[in-house]
Design a protein around this ligand. Structure first.
Ligand SMILES: C[S@@+](CC[C@H](N)C(=O)[O-])C[C@H]1O[C@@H](n2cnc3c(N)ncnc32)[C@H](O)[C@@H]1O
Length: 246
């Protein structure tokens, strides 16, 4: 996707500390605002969903509860194995070891391509967008959900930790590629401060993690996300041809 040899963007948090990342996923968006927002643009009931960069498959069962078919795509083999274990009892889910820019999925067969906290979908990810558009059926949607680094407090910690990260450039990239942007406010709530400290420790360097712990009173704080949506046009060419023929 970007210009490294393999096209896989390292995710130290989930690659090196999968159990802490699992606790982080459980703490995220406790009110379900993100799934509500995704469903409002592309309801997956009885549809086919691809979750790109699915990690250990945390979100696969949510889609599987209503979808006809769910495919998880994950290039980091230990995580693909974990995801397969998680969905072993779900007959409508399969997990494939692959990358966003080369999906083992037939043309025009998918209704929703979802990518959550997917750093690999950012500036330079043109091949991944083209690939998602290839597998989408007409009217289907590519939905990229990521953290909004412009919003306090979480975004302040992100920018302090990654001073070269430019959220405006990222948003401009998606806008130039024809995506609509929605900002979604969520709440993260942890069972206790020990889990919170562990999560801060995998997301940020020691100084920012310490500052973030001091800034949080209790076990809960606000986190804003951005949701970028691009649809595959539905049937326009067909109707034009039909008119001409008629
Ligand atoms: C931060 S994790 C998020 C995992 C999952 N979406 C979640 O929310 O729990 C990002 C994931 O993207 C995967 N990844 C990295 N580069 C990728 C690429 N080029 N194509 C598909 N997935 C990729 C990583 O291996 C990792 O599992």
């Amino acid at each position: 996707m970007r210009n490294d040899r393999s096209g896989v963007i390292p995710s130290p948090n989930i690659w090196h500390w999968p159990h802490v990342y699992e606790a982080e996923n459980r703490a995220q968006d406790v009110g379900g605002a993100l799934f509500d927002a995704i469903r409002s643009v592309s309801d997956w009931a009885s549809k086919t969903v691809v979750d790109v960069g699915c990690g250990s498959g945390f979100h696969l069962p949510v889609f599987a509860a209503d979808a006809e078919r769910v495919m998880g795509i994950e290039p980091h083999e230990p995580l693909a194995v974990s995801a397969r274990t998680r969905v072993a009892g779900l007959s409508n889910v399969e997990v494939m070891s692959a990358r966003a820019d080369s999906l083992p999925v037939a043309d025009g067969t998918v209704d929703l391509v979802h990518a959550r906290t997917a750093y690999f979908f950012g500036p330079g990810c043109g091949p991944g967008i083209v690939e998602a558009m290839r597998v989408l059926a007409p009217g289907g949607a590519l939905v990229v959900v990521d953290l909004d680094a412009t919003a306090s407090p979480y975004g302040d910690w992100m920018r302090a930790d990654l001073p070269h990260y430019d959220p405006v450039a990222v948003e401009s990239f998606f806008s130039a590629q024809g995506f609509d942007l929605t900002r979604i406010d969520t709440r993260w709530t942890f069972p206790d401060r020990r889990v919170l400290r562990d999560v801060m420790g995998i997301e940020f360097g020691p100084r920012v993690a310490r500052d973030a712990m001091r800034a949080v009173d209790g076990v809960s704080f606000d986190v804003r996300y951005r949701m970028h949506v691009r649809r595959k046009p539905a049937g326009i060419e067909l109707r034009r041809v039909g008119r001409r023929l008629g």
